[in-house]
Design a protein around this ligand. Structure first.
Ligand SMILES: [Zn+2]
Length: 253
């Protein structure tokens, strides 16, 4: 006979850049997560769900609860409720949750291969995910108003998983990703409803201003990786790609 041992997944507490706001306007900034298990690996590998359903299911599985400001844990055992909560969370918090899950499950060092745009050499690099620069939003609100440099007034909303999904499901968004990133957040322009053509025609200085203010109101995580080619010493930037299977499963390159 051998003694059976209990398998206990790793659990960790993480401080969200923004925080989850419940229906009574209570703010929860700290979240309790458990590491990924085979159950989530199967979800991520499934061919029957779209990417956003998979990501929301993984988050709903791994969030054990939110920690109140008094230090008490608010457990949420209803997976459907959690699925709805993670879908409506701000994109910065969602990105932060995926990074935290990665760190908790397989560690903070992420190794990747990349081809240098100057010399064409494919080399391996590593980044410490716990050192990415995280900025908290300057103010906690769901909608906000801006006066653009051109004098146009707009009303904006904080982007959540719902708008992320909207962009992913609209095939036209592939070629106009910068416009869509503004469009899905814009509720009104000079008091009128917004369409994609209006957003496209906005002057560049207005669009740049909007992007700066989005980072102010949503917070941000800097996922630009600065790489110095070990072959030709040229420096270049690359974006951290969380969509790669190797991000969560380092053995799959
Ligand atoms: Zn090079």
């Amino acid at each position: 006979m051998v003694e059976a041992i209990e398998i206990k997944p790793n659990i960790g507490e993480f401080d969200l850049p923004r925080g989850y706001i419940d229906e009574n306007n209570n703010i929860y900034r700290r979240v309790l997560l458990r590491e990924l298990t085979g159950e989530e690996e199967d979800i991520l590998a499934s061919n029957t769900m779209n990417l956003f359903t998979k990501l929301n299911k993984v988050l709903a599985n791994c969030i054990l609860g939110f920690i109140k400001s008094d230090g008490n844990l608010m457990e949420i055992n209803d997976k459907n409720k959690l699925f709805k909560i993670v879908r409506e969370m701000c994109v910065t918090d969602r990105l932060f949750l995926f990074l935290s899950l990665r760190i908790l499950s397989v560690g903070n060092i992420y190794s990747f291969n990349i081809v240098c745009p100057t010399c064409g050499e494919n080399k391996s690099y590593a980044v410490d995910l716990s050192t990415l620069e995280i900025k908290k939003p300057k103010e906690l609100c769901q909608t906000y108003e801006l006066e653009l440099p051109s004098g146009i007034k707009v009303r904006m909303k904080v982007m959540t998983g719902v708008e992320e999904e909207m962009i992913a499901l609209d095939k036209k968004s592939v070629n106009d990703s910068l416009t869509y990133a503004i469009f899905v957040r814009m509720l009104e322009l000079n008091g009128h409803p917004v369409n994609i053509d209006i957003v496209k025609k906005l002057p560049l200085k207005d669009r740049n201003y909007i992007r700066t203010m989005i980072a102010e109101y949503e917070g941000s995580i800097d996922t630009v990786l600065e790489i110095r080619c070990t072959h030709c010493l040229n420096e270049f930037n690359s974006l951290l790609d969380l969509g790669k299977p190797s991000f969560f499963f380092p053995s799959e390159t």
